[in-house]
Every structure is written in C-alpha cells, then in structure tokens.
Design a protein around this ligand. Structure first.
Ligand code: AR6
Length: 169
C-alpha cells in the first residue's frame, strides 16, 4: 500500500530517496523545477545527464519515459528525470502524462527507492491545466503497483496544492 502525501513548497528541500525532475528531452537543464534541481544539486547531476546523452539517449529522453541520476548535493539518493507532454491549444496527451508517473515509479522500484517526491509535471512551462494534471497524477499513482511506500507530491503554490487536495478528497 502506497501512502500519498501532499506538501506545499520547494521540491529541492525534500528529504526522500528519490525526487522526480520535470525535465525536457535534452536532459541538459532548463527553468522551473529542472533549473532549481540543477542549481541546488550541483554539477554532478548535469555531468551524469551528459553521459546519458552520449550513451543511451543520443536523441534525447522521449516524452513519458524516465531515467535516474545521482542527486548530487540534494538530500536524496537519486533524481529521476522524466519528460512531460506539452499542453497545446485544446489538449494534451494524457496517456503520456500518466506514463511519466508510471515510468518514474518503475525506475524507483528498480533502484529500491521507498520514498519518492514528485512535482506537478507539465503544469508550468508545458502549460497543462492544474486540475487535470492533478487528476492524472493521483489516479496514476493510485493505480500503479509499486514497492514505493510514500509518494509525496510537492506543490509549489496554493493553486497546485488545492487542486491535489481536491483529487485526494
Ligand atoms: N519545487 C516544486 N515545484 C516547482 C518548483 C520547485 N522548486 N519550481 C516550479 N515548480 P515546470 P513543466 C512547479 O515548468 O511544466 C523546464 O524548463 C511549477 O509551479 O518546472 O513540466 C524543463 O527544462 C509547476 O506547477 O515543468 C522543461 O523544458 C510545476 O512545478 C520544462 O520546463 C512544473 O513546472 C518542463 O515544463
């Protein structure tokens, strides 16, 4: 049984086995959560991302997939990078958004992570509507078999936090 918890705040301050990064397929950093993780985690994370680009992901990490690196100086053992889908006028591919959560949990299981923190993937630069993103996130975690004991959603602002509270209701 996986416990789902909600925290309002900055994901980079969480103490967990693994924290999930809302990355882009280049794996080479960006703004939002991605920028914050690389800033606070230090250069080791980027160095490992570059090695992944040079080996397994020469064409980038596909949307909906996930891959782990060290967590550098963060208070975690691993960062799991996943690439959310972009919301375009009128819609987005919810199956790909669900895949981000499912694949991140699969990688977490491979690593033996017991506590995993997620941001609200795709709801920033990628513009996914918060209510719908919260629905996909909570439903997917609830329906994914995993040995992870705690999934902690770390929501940056009131709007995100309230949307996740409504879904857990
Ligand atoms: N901790 C927790 N949540 C945060 C933090 C933080 N430190 N910072 C922002 N958020 P985003 P995306 C929230 O844009 O939409 C990057 O440039 C934010 O308010 O980080 O998946 C990547 O490199 C929002 O609710 O990720 C990609 O190019 C949520 O995290 C692109 O953005 C996700 O916002 C990915 O876009």
């Amino acid at each position: 049984m996986t416990l789902i918890t909600l925290v309002q705040g900055d994901i980079t301050g969480q103490s967990v086995d693994a924290l999930v990064n809302a990355a882009n397929s280049s794996l080479l950093g960006g703004g939002g959560v991605d920028g914050a993780i690389h800033r606070r985690g230090g250069p080791e994370i980027l160095a490992e991302c570059r090695r992944l680009r040079a080996s397994r992901y020469g064409r980038g990490l596909p949307t909906g997939q996930a891959v782990a690196t060290t967590a550098g100086e963060l208070d975690a053992r691993w960062v799991i990078h996943t690439v959310g889908p972009v919301w375009r006028t009128g819609g987005g591919d919810a199956a790909l958004l669900a895949s981000c959560y499912r694949e991140s949990l699969r990688v977490a299981d491979e690593l033996g992570a017991r506590t995993v923190a997620f941001p609200a993937i795709s709801t920033g630069v990628y513009r996914w509507p918060m209510e719908d993103a919260a629905r996909v996130a909570v439903q997917t975690v609830r329906s994914t078999p995993t040995a992870v004991e705690e999934v902690r959603f770390v929501l940056f602002d009131d709007r995100a936090y309230d949307a996740f509270v409504r879904q857990l209701g």
